[in-house]
Design a protein around this ligand. Structure first.
Ligand code: DSN
Length: 424
């Protein structure tokens, strides 16, 4: 039993942990921000570093006993520099949102201005939504995607930058299926004297593998999360040029965080090491090939994809034309019932609401980690189409659940030794 030590002291939690492992093994994780970390990453995250306080940075800590904490954090930084080619890296942010908070704190004062993509067009809460600290502390204006093409409207971005005069322009998105023109955003930022923050939370792995162009070296600041496409320990990261190093480090600690989560940083170090292996590039390329195959097949089934397709790890489906009676939440629930776990999502020009949106977002990082290829993704698209077409038909649901069970058995998440069976 994997969690026998937990079970001895806490059977209720052990049940939930075993249940979660089974859930991940027996369903298709298609929430675009999720992935499956290796056993080595999980072990590192569950290590004794959980117990250690190490405020400060390697070689400059406030407490004693930090020699191993220093080793782990220095390794994570060194490997991140190799993966993304950044001059300066801070691996302490507890999440992607904390990473963004660190950058804002380093460069903005309350009341300063952020220009970012609208949340319903694919942006993120931490880019200035009124319910988030970023929207509450700063003045925020949004640019959008072109309603016809679904691509970022860079002319709109430029026009708004000129009239709004932001202090920072945020690029990089959470539900945007296309590559971003970092150089174009940087040129706009330079033109209005703003900083450029590129948030690559979703595509850290694609950028590290060279599958997507990198904003590192172009944008002033690059933030990301470390557990999505990059598949390392859970948390965030900030990258920047040497000239901003002190401001960023001070903003993260003591600015907006206390002691770093060294156990998570150990997971980051291990995952970054894995991503430096040549196989990771094959994996990242397959993630995108799988998303394209998924999207093409969904299009064949009559679904409408925002921007008409994808260059990334995700597809964003606008259900309004093909399934006007099926909001995203209904599709999400019906698919969860058959073992396809994805999320309802707003779409550009949303006509419902954030809590009852018109679309679904499906990602391929997780199913690619379990070894799926384009043919398997087409089968998944067939399942999605059948279930969304007939969300309340029990016979369809039963058959689709059987198909998902077959797919999970054909592409098991773990081998007999409990290691990921990632075949890329
Ligand atoms: N919750 C993540 C996502 O799904 O995009 C971002 O923080």
């Amino acid at each position: 039993m994997r969690y026998h030590q937990v079970r001895q002291v806490d059977p209720a939690v052990a049940d939930a942990l075993e249940g979660e492992r089974d859930r991940q093994e027996n369903t298709l994780a298609m929430i675009a921000s999720e992935n499956h970390a290796s056993e080595a990453v999980l072990r590192a995250q569950g290590s004794e570093l959980t117990n250690k306080y190490a405020e400060g940075y390697p070689g400059h800590r406030y407490y004693a006993g930090c020699e191993y904490a220093d080793t782990v954090e220095a390794l994570a930084i060194e490997r991140a520099k190799e993966l993304w080619g950044a001059e300066h890296v801070n691996v302490q942010p507890h999440s992607g949102t904390q990473a963004n908070m660190g950058v804002y704190l380093a460069i903005l004062d309350p009341g300063d201005r952020i220009l970012s993509l609208d949340l319903t067009h694919g942006g993120h809460l931490s880019h200035g939504h009124p319910a988030n600290f970023a929207g509450q502390l700063f003045e925020v204006e949004h640019y959008g995607v072109d309603p016809e093409t679904g691509y970022v409207d860079y002319d709109d971005l430029e026009a708004r930058a000129e009239s709004f005069e932001p202090d920072v322009i945020v690029s990089g998105y959470s539900a945007y299926p296309r590559e971003v023109d970092w150089a174009r955003v940087q040129a706009v930022a330079d033109g209005v004297g703003a900083y450029h923050l590129a948030d690559i939370a979703h595509i850290t792995g694609l950028v590290a593998a060279g599958v997507h162009e990198s904003p590192v070296g172009t944008a002033d600041f690059v933030t990301g999360s470390t557990h999505k496409t990059i598949r390392a320990g859970r948390g965030g990261i900030i990258m920047c040029g040497e000239e901003h190093a002190d401001a960023i480090d001070t903003a993260v600690f003591p600015g907006c965080q206390g002691g770093p989560l060294l156990h998570n940083i150990a997971g980051k170090a291990v995952g970054f090491g894995e991503a430096l292996e040549p196989s990771f590039e094959r994996y990242a390329r397959q993630v995108v090939a799988n998303a394209e195959a998924l999207g093409d097949r969904l299009t064949d089934h009559g679904f409408s994809l925002v921007s008409g397709g994808t260059d990334t790890h995700l597809v964003l489906v606008d259900l309004r034309d093909s399934h006007p009676e099926t909001p995203g939440a209904v599709a999400e629930a019906a698919l969860e019932e058959v073992g396809v776990v994805l999320n309802k999502n707003t779409v550009p020009g949303e006509t419902r609401s954030a809590f009852d949106p018109s679309g679904i977002r499906a990602g391929t990082p997780g199913i690619t980690t379990r070894g799926m290829d384009e043919a398997a993704c087409e089968r998944v698209a067939d399942v999605i189409a059948r279930v969304v077409d007939a969300a309340h038909d029990e016979r369809v649901t039963r058959e689709a659940a059987g198909e998902v069970e077959e797919l999970c058995a054909a592409y098991p998440l773990y081998d007999g030794d409990g290691e990921l069976t990632n075949r890329w």
